[in-house]
Design a protein around this ligand. Structure first.
Ligand code: GLC
Length: 544
């Protein structure tokens, strides 16, 4: 299987422009030591699987020293590996093996906030209001006669006030959990520290960074009120994410930070890149994060949020491609990640959801630009909706009742008993339980099975890598006339053409004149020399 995989057609430095990046949620991918938590040696063992799947790079969620209040997005030491995940030596061994297999490694960097267990925050707590130690974070006095009210009306993304009061009367800002205090990015020491952290991991050989809350580090001067929140009006401020302006997100000054980071990335050989997890009011404002003097990519969450309709997808694809052309950077598509309900479930769950998810994946993988896959989507995993409340660990669950644990259940690899090969042979531990239905969805159960979701991904990724119409420099998309509810577009031209058709209508459609299907999300039937594409299905056609 491996020998026949074509090599990517991009130059070394531009590898990210058309790469397929596989997101590894470290604690749920593979557990080498049998403690029920995924780890770096587990990833290292499974690298051949990822190489054979046909992805170009891995993005690893945070594996740094952390009290794990927010699954590692609460970092206590940015230069070390948490013992639950392994050691720095394990990291070095993993990245060396990955590179030897031709896989690149992107790591998560969490600059908006540290853990409250970080030495800087501990020093801030140990000193008096107004200290130099407190200046690295956002401490403020409260409002009201005795400062008993928070400094402003900001709301945590996880629900509740974004401020917590200390026994000495001062408040500190945390846009997420109270265990994730926000840093003061107007402080030169904070900027210098993160530039050093970037270098630390670049020196260890990482190929890029995924920047957590990349839109959040700068807060509007004077910390002005938003004007409403769920405590006062019942309307949550987070409703404005990606739709409106908030004084704590997407401030213009944030771009100074990335203009300082870019030369650091560029000073290393081999195309080191950065992708922003950024939310902005409009696609135009999102596009400001990317370009030759800032970041390489920003996730297009509008694509992930699109509803199951041809119009909805067409609109977000056109907008994202137009913005990408303006800034000269490729679009970055994503359908699932560790924060969002898995797309099988978003599109209707069960059989319908799976059919649509498979079709959406073929749509995404046919588009120009870079695609991010989330571990388990290649197995067609659904969201686990019935986890017992007492097992849920997402900090937002306690505050809002919303939980992201259902997309974080450990991956089923093999065998008949849960957790299906997540740990070493015979290990029964996993930090979240896998449902019994996942026995049939494991990697082993799907490998070599024609029509399985895993084999669909393998085929699509192999074609994507080898087909000249999908290669890095092939032009954008040419939309083709198709019936209502049907998306059809061509990539490439002349001898090197590939057509992707997705049927989002409620009736089968006849496809003629685009050549033979090379991969399809479901079986097509032939009729009078043409093909019939069923409802909720997608296929790629090649005339060669
Ligand atoms: C990002 C992460 C999410 C985390 C939050 C706070 O949105 O993707 O998992 O909870 O940042 O760091």
């Amino acid at each position: 299987m491996t020998a026949s995989l074509p090599t990517p057609q991009t130059s070394d430095d531009d590898w990210w422009r058309s790469a397929v990046v596989y997101q590894v949620y470290v604690r749920s991918f593979a557990d080498a030591n049998g403690d029920g938590v995924g780890d770096l040696p587990g990833i290292r063992d499974r690298l051949p699987y990822l190489r054979d799947l046909g992805v170009d790079a891995l993005w690893l969620t945070p594996f740094y020293t952390s009290p794990m209040i927010d699954g590692g997005y609460d970092v206590a030491d940015y230069r070390d590996v948490d013992p639950a995940f392994g050691t720095l030596a394990d990291f070095d061994a993993m990245i060396a093996d990955a590179h030897a297999l031709g896989l690149r490694i992107i790591v998560d960097i969490v600059p908006n906030h540290t853990s409250s267990a970080h030495a800087w925050f501990q020093a801030a707590l140990a000193t008096a209001p107004g200290s130099a130690e407190r200046a690295r974070y956002l401490f403020a006095d409260g409002r009201g006669a005795d400062g008993e009210l928070p400094p402003n009306d900001w709301e945590s993304i996880f629900g509740g006030p974004a401020w917590t009061r200390l026994p000495d009367g001062q408040w500190y800002l945390h846009l997420f959990d109270p265990a994730q205090p926000d840093l003061n990015w107007r402080h030169p020491e904070v900027r210098a520290e993160f530039e050093e952290i970037l270098r630390f991991w670049l020196d260890r050989g990482v190929d890029g960074f995924r920047i957590d809350v990349a839109h959040g580090m700068i807060k509007a001067e004077g910390l002005p009120d938003v004007g409403f929140n769920s405590m006062t009006t019942g309307r949550r401020q987070s409703e404005l994410l990606g739709k409106g302006r908030l004084p704590y997100f997407d401030q213009d000054e944030i771009h100074d930070i990335y203009r300082a980071w870019r030369p650091i990335l560029d000073s290393y050989p081999g195309g080191r890149m950065a992708v922003a997890e950024a939310w902005a009011e409009t696609p135009q404002r999102l596009a400001r994060y990317i370009g030759p003097d800032e970041l390489h990519q920003a996730f297009s969450f509008d694509f992930l949020d699109a509803t199951w309709s041809a119009d909805s997808f067409r609109k977000v694809i056109d907008t994202a491609l137009a913005e990408a052309t303006i800034v000269g950077a490729p679009t970055t598509w994503v359908l699932s990640n560790h924060d969002k309900q898995r797309h099988v479930t978003r599109y209707g769950d069960g059989e319908v959801g799976l059919r649509r998810a498979r079709a959406a994946s073929l749509l995404m993988l046919a588009l120009p630009g870079c695609a991010y896959l989330y571990q388990g989507e290649e197995l067609g995993l659904p969201e686990v909706l019935d986890l017992p409340d007492e097992l849920r660990q997402d900090p937002s669950f306690l505050r809002t009742g919303e939980s992201r644990d259902g997309c974080r259940v450990p991956i089923p690899w093999s065998g008949d008993l849960a957790p299906y090969g997540f740990g070493p042979h015979g290990s029964e531990l996993s930090w979240l339980p896998a449902p019994a239905t996942w026995r049939a969805l494991s990697v082993a159960a799907q490998t070599g099975v024609p029509g399985s979701t895993l084999e669909l991904y393998r085929s699509a990724l192999r074609i994507r890598r080898g087909h000249p119409a999908l290669a890095a420099d092939a032009d954008g998309v040419t939309w083709l006339a198709a019936g209502p509810g049907v998306l059809a577009f061509r990539r490439g031209a002349g001898d090197a053409e590939l057509t992707c058709v997705v049927n989002l209508s409620d009736a089968p459609v006849r496809i003629d004149g685009y050549g033979q299907p090379v991969v399809a999300s479901t079986d097509l039937t032939e009729s009078d020399g043409g093909h019939v594409l069923p409802v909720d299905a997608a296929a790629w056609f090649d005339r060669r």
